[in-house]
Design a protein around this ligand. Structure first.
Ligand code: HEC
Length: 272
């Protein structure tokens, strides 16, 4: 069933792409069509398979230490998953730093289960043949905040500074084209090819940016996290690739998530 729906959607999307000329009106029509198909697909979202896989990984005794992640503290106390995703990034006193969801989950895999960070970093994001375990785990954790509001604890130590760093990173121009994030995402209504680019400095744009991640990407059929999105935009910007789970990415995610404060998180989504 899922396969059939996806297959049909892929054909229809391809048809839309072919039928679409470069006029703004046609692009709007294409966007509207995509939104429609996304609504249909979200009823039957492949991301749910990764949520299920992630839940199983979360609850299974694994790694060199053979423990589950059920004692992992995502900020609301050991083992509390519900509502944790929409309240990250946040400050974690045990490590004395601000962490986003993916970073915290990997931290738990290392500190509780004994996995090696360099092994996890070897394949940080999904490719056509493999979905890393942390991607499924992030998807599970995110699903447990479905229909909850972003509530980033900005009064915690280090949060303001981290936000300001993220803001500065978003505005920093460099590289062969002298781009910053804001070159593509600083105004309303910008597009590249048929894709609408969220204005990450506005509350609505920031909400759109964090909404739907982690997301199942129809291009390539892979499950991807917000960490991936950030890394890939560094590539779009022609910047060197950041290290996996770097402070810079946590700062950017803090900036985006805090700007999305109060908006409703609808859960892992679908991206084209
Ligand atoms: C050269 C233009 C360009 C630059 C520079 C750029 N991006 Fe992007 N960004 C894109 C494109 C294209 C997409 C994909 C849009 C889509 O698929 O709908 C995207 C998508 C995103 C998304 C996901 C939006 C959504 O609707 O899910 C976020 C968040 C984002 N970018 C943030 C950033 C940040 C932060 C930076 C700076 C580190 C940055 N981008 C730099 C072009 C750019």
């Amino acid at each position: 069933m899922k396969r059939t729906v996806l297959f049909c959607a892929a054909i229809i999307l391809a048809a839309i792409a072919l039928a679409t000329s470069s006029t703004a009106g046609a692009k709007d029509a294409a966007t509207a069509e995509f939104e429609k198909f996304r609504d249909v697909l979200e009823e039957d979202n492949p991301a749910e398979l990764f949520e299920m896989k992630g839940e199983e990984l979360w609850k299974t005794k694994r790694g060199p230490k053979q423990v589950s992640l059920e004692q992992c503290d995502l900020g609301l106390g050991p083992g509390v998953v519900r509502g944790a995703y929409v309240a990250m990034p946040r400050y974690f006193a045990d490590v004395g730093r601000v962490m986003d969801a993916e970073r915290r989950i990997v931290h738990c895999m290392v500190s509780l289960q004994g996995f090696k960070p360099e092994e996890i970093a070897r394949q940080p994001f999904s490719n056509a043949s493999q979905t890393p375990e942390q991607t499924a785990l992030v998807t599970y954790v995110a699903g447990q905040s479905r229909n909850m509001k972003f509530a980033i604890p900005m009064n915690q130590p280090g949060m303001r500074e981290t936000y300001e760093i993220g803001k500065a990173v978003a505005a920093y121009r460099a590289g062969p084209y002298d781009f910053s994030c804001s070159s593509c995402h600083g105004d309303d209504g910008k597009r590249i090819r048929m894709q609408e680019l969220a204005n990450i400095s506005s509350p609505e744009g920031a909400a759109k940016s964090v909404q739907g991640w982690p997301g199942y990407r129809m291009t390539g059929g892979v499950m991807l996290t917000l960490q991936w999105r950030m890394n890939d935009c560094f590539r779009q910007q022609r910047f060197p690739a950041p290290n996996y789970l770097s402070d810079t990415i946590t700062a950017l995610i803090t900036y985006l998530s805090a700007n999305a404060e109060g908006s409703l998180y609808k859960g892992p989504g679908i991206k084209r």
